[in-house]
Design a protein around this ligand. Sequence first.
Ligand SMILES: NC(=O)c1ccc[n+]([C@@H]2O[C@H](COP(=O)([O-])OP(=O)(O)OC[C@H]3O[C@@H](n4cnc5c(N)ncnc54)[C@H](O)[C@@H]3O)[C@@H](O)[C@H]2O)c1
Length: 294
Amino acid sequence: MNERVQVGIIGLGTMGQGHIKTLLNDVPNCEVVAVCDTDEKRFKEAEGKGLLSEKMQRFSSYGKLIDSDLCKAVVVVTPHPFHPEISIYAFRKGLHVLSDKPIAITVSAADEMIREWKKTSLKFSTMYSMRTTSVNIAIKDFLLQGKLGDIRRVDMVCTKWLRTQRYYDEQTWRGTWKGEGAGLLLNQAPHNLDLLYWWFGPAEAVSAEVSKRFHNIETEDEVTANIRTRSGFPIRFYSTTGEAPGFDRVEIVGSKGTLIRDGRMAKVFTFLELEEEIEKTIYENENTMLDVAF
Ligand SMILES: NC(=O)c1ccc[n+]([C@@H]2O[C@H](COP(=O)([O-])OP(=O)(O)OC[C@H]3O[C@@H](n4cnc5c(N)ncnc54)[C@H](O)[C@@H]3O)[C@@H](O)[C@H]2O)c1
């Protein structure tokens, strides 16, 4: 595709600035032509980092940016409660939308957004960037090829999300029910939960305990969940923003072997025996360790 896509960024905070950097450096078919934020300071901040050029029109209201006809697509990077309202407005005006995660803070708002998008032939996506990490893609392929056999259980521990009190204090919407609808479970953990969904499909049942243990915030900063997949095997899930050093580990145990991923590295432990012999030989034979190159 040689055509360039004119993009507007709505929300010029931490992640909005990150999106500009990515679009400027890594996506040659896109050009950022407009930026919007309700806070004047954010323009100065982004300017100070060399992210804004003369060519980028600045707006203090998303409606004006969308109505300007400058953009074919918008990236919505405001706090989550605004994602549906802004995206729906963009769809109705014929703009493609990339809404950062989570797309909404309630299921009904997300449903409405999807309903509005389905009335169009526009592109709509959200940012689950962990799906683009090579190790996670390789695990997906590995699972699709059935190399671990039938999945017996999964254990995921995601504690690499350390957030300091300052992180919550510097943006008053963070860690509040009104401002973001939840804490860890809507802001950081969706990335990991999305991987579980992508790899193993929908959940049949979930029981979970959430708590606020590490920060002075309203919402949860820790979750322990037991997820039963539709295929019937259990997933144990733990995540927090209060632990350091953090880990990003997953253990996938199947009838033919076990895959362990630690950050960007994965190792697969398989058994030498044929599948039907595994049950009787599992404790008798030495297993083989394969390093999988990702
Ligand atoms: N994909 C990822 O890995 C990732 C990482 C971080 C954040 N995010 C998501 O990005 C979003 C923003 O997070 P952040 O950390 O950048 O927040 P932030 O507070 O740093 O930035 C949000 C910006 O939006 C502006 N804003 C608020 N309401 C607005 C409105 N109605 N119109 C225009 N601008 C408005 C604020 O003034 C602020 O500058 C969140 O939904 C978060 O979940 C995604």
